[in-house]
Design a protein around this ligand. Structure first.
Ligand SMILES: [Zn+2]
Length: 275
């Protein structure tokens, strides 16, 4: 499942592959994209840059046009050389941006639109984003204040709230709370400011470690995410996906429960993270 780290890596890979190149072909199954392409062709434009904002991926084309995609649960961007076999079925293809040397393909991206730079600034989904954990100007104090302001939420749901801070998804949510020894069901109002600061610091550490040069996982791979610092596939995460198995710290079986408005699974250790 894409989280801030995987979108960041995807943007970086696309940036390296596409930036400065001229588009030779554009294709999409979305009529709202092809309509724009019909009126103001993407072909012939230059890819100026590719960037991640929270879980949005933005591809900037010359001539004031930005392609915004959001991965939601199952979307991904891949890069292929011409003639290389796709790792996903053609039926999953949603968008293709082709330059002379590279094909960028979006699979199962549910949300995609073209916008001008000005329209992008007005876009509520981007305006609402909290400080981006992977942004160069990430302000921890702002993120801490925004979380603290969500006093009535469970801390796990507050961490997922992209308007509090952008980048954490369901995997990191459980991992950060385990590392911080905070029970996921505690209300934000019951958690000390210093503990929220600590959680934000852990979030920064985990996400940055997963986008560091040489970090595990390529553009197509979300499963290699790790928080334990270990490479062994069975030992990469502390609690996520480990319901019923022994806690890596204390041996207590890891708990699992659906949580929040979207009933996303949460994993935690009752002993290491008491209520
Ligand atoms: Zn434990």
């Amino acid at each position: 499942m894409p989280e801030g780290d995987s979108i960041f890596r995807a943007a970086r890979t696309l940036q390296r592959a596409l930036a400065g190149r001229t588009v030779t072909r554009f294709e999409s199954v979305f009529p709202r994209l092809t309509r724009v392409d019909d009126d103001a062709p993407i072909r012939g434009r230059t890819v100026e840059r590719v960037e991640a904002r929270g879980k949005h991926l933005l591809i900037w084309f010359s001539g004031d046009l930005v392609l915004r995609t959001h991965m939601r649960m199952h979307g991904s961007w891949h890069i292929y050389r011409p003639g290389e076999r796709w790792m996903r079925p053609h039926s999953d293809m949603r968008i293709v941006v082709e330059t002379g040397g590279m094909h960028a393909v979006a699979f199962n991206v549910p949300e995609a639109e073209f916008a001008t730079a000005a329209a992008l600034v007005r876009l509520q989904a981007l305006r609402d984003l909290g400080p981006d954990l992977l942004g160069e100007q990430f302000a921890p104090a702002d993120a801490v204040n925004r979380i603290a302001a969500r006093a009535e939420l469970d801390i796990a749901d507050a961490l997922l709230d992209q308007s509090a801070l952008a980048g954490i998804g369901n995997v990191f949510k459980s991992e950060i709370l385990f590392a911080g020894r905070i029970n996921p069901f505690r209300k934000v109002r019951d958690i000390a400011g210093s503990d929220i600061e600590r959680l934000v610091a852990i979030a920064v550490k985990f996400l940055r470690a997963n986008v560091a040069p040489g970090a595990p996982g390529g553009i197509a791979t979300y499963s290699a995410r790790r928080t334990t610092g270990r490479n062994d596939p069975g030992a990469r995460l502390w609690v996520y996906g480990r319901g019923g198995r022994p806690c890596r710290r204390c041996g207590t079986p890891v708990s699992r429960m659906k949580q929040g408005p979207h009933a996303r699974p949460t994993y935690w250790c009752e002993r290491c993270q008491p209520r």
